[in-house]
Design a protein around this ligand. Structure first.
Ligand code: ASP
Ligand code: MG
Length: 403
């Protein structure tokens, strides 16, 4: 007998038929004698729909009420799934966030779970019940409903797995697992059987959408084994765990991309100590996340150009801050938001020389210009023109033996 946390994403519970299917999966797990806590997302599209309704009332909809509204999606799924299990003679019960309670800190729409009361639910599990918990939410110390940010049901699942000391946390979704790149774009993409937390963290923060990156981070911190698998097939999923348990035969595990970046260049800034700090400090104070930074020395040795990337939807805010910043003198600011970031990720990169140049050579063979570069121990990212993205992923996927 093992204690499992099973998390079902929006598409897995998108219709009443699908909820019935999920109930079958849980029933099977119960028949194996496992103790089950199920975490559910809102039915597919529901959170967006609720968000749309709030915007119909006001673009500046009250944050507290927005959390009340958005959290209702998961509560609906909880009741439907519990009802469905009860009908198929499985002892089950929904537990809403305030009934447990799931305690959070932090602001509305971006809260974080700090504790979960376990006694009542543990007792229920010991009496052979299945506990169904809504993902993506909790309550603050004032008792207000809070939500955890988009995709936050993954965070709930991992937190529940940790606090209840579960043996495994399984993330059920609409794909077979984590792929070497986006299978919708590159049909030869392969499912990865095992991947380390670090690699998964890079992949998910670089745009692979299967699992929320902060959830991976928590799992890594507490060494909670994760498995991403499909609700709709019986195929084996992707196991995510710590690096020691993985043999690396390949230098690169996956190719990720994102299309929400933009590049900003400040031309002709003074080249003297403190300038970069003067540029980036106000941006960081305004919560703007700067990703890559490049500084060129210009020929006159008095001025330089600084290029950096931010999320596309933060370009206008960034420009406004730069223009209002009288600590810096420059000639001009230019931007390009038709760029994309392509990254190769692999813990095997650490021990394989030459990965960097092979990536650059491959891109140049395809006539793709690199606009910016950033690296970490297990990742190499480049910014390129958005129109080249498909060509780039295809090529990299091939040359790093992932097809
Ligand atoms: N329903 C929420 C969302 O769509 C949370 C989740 O599904 O993980 O973002
Ligand atoms: Mg999700």
């Amino acid at each position: 007998m093992v204690k499992k946390v099973l998390k079902f994403g929006g598409t897995s519970v998108g219709t009443s038929e699908r909820i019935q299917h999920v109930a079958k999966i849980i029933k099977k797990e119960r028949s194996l004698g496992n103790k089950i806590i199920a975490i559910v997302s809102a039915m597919a599209g529901q959170t967006n729909e609720l968000l749309r309704l709030s915007k119909e009332i006001s673009e500046e909809f009250n944050k507290r009420e927005l959390d009340v509204l958005l959290s209702s999606g998961e509560q609906v799924t909880c009741a439907l799934l519990a009802g469905c299990l009860i009908n198929s003679n499985v002892k089950a019960k929904s537990w809403l966030n305030w009934q447990i309670p799931i305690l959070t800190v932090g602001e509305h729409s971006n809260a974080r779970i700090i504790n979960i009361h376990i006694e009542k639910i543990n007792k229920y599990l010991n009496e052979d019940g299945v506990a169904i918990i809504p993902g993506f939410q909790g309550i603050s110390k004032n008792g207000d409903i809070t939500s955890l940010g988009r995709g936050g049901s993954d965070a709930t699942a991992v937190a529940v797995a940790k606090i209840f000391n579960a043996d495994i946390c399984e993330i059920y979704t609409d794909v077979d697992g984590v792929f070497s790149t986006d299978p919708n774009k590159i049909p030869v993409a392969k499912k990865i059987d095992k991947i380390s937390y670090d690699e998964m963290l890079e992949l998910s923060s670089l745009g692979a959408k299967v699992i929320q990156s902060s959830a991976v981070q928590t799992a890594m911190m507490y060494d909670i084994p994760l498995e991403v698998k499909s609700t709709f097939t019986e195929r084996k999923g992707t196991k995510i765990f710590s690096q020691e348990n993985i043999d690396y035969t390949k230098s690169v595990t996956g190719v990720a991309y994102s299309k929400d970046d933009a590049k900003i260049t400040i031309i002709g800034v003074e080249d003297k100590p403190g300038v970069a700090a003067n540029i980036f400090e106000p941006l960081s104070k305004a919560q703007i996340n700067v990703d890559m930074v490049i500084q060129n020395i210009s020929s006159d040795q008095k001025t330089t150009d600084i290029t950096f990337t931010v999320k596309r939807d933060e370009v206008s805010k960034t420009k406004k801050i730069l223009k209002g910043n009288n600590e810096i003198i420059y000639k001009e600011i230019i931007e390009n938001d038709k760029v994309a970031k392509v990254s190769i990720v692999g813990a095997g990169m650490v021990s394989t020389p030459g990965v960097t140049y092979r990536m650059f050579r491959a891109l140049s063979d395809e006539d793709i210009n690199i606009l910016a570069i950033s690296t970490s121990e297990i990742k190499l990212s480049v910014i390129i023109e958005e129109e080249n993205i498909l060509k780039a992923i295809k090529k990299l996927h091939t040359i790093f033996d992932l097809d």
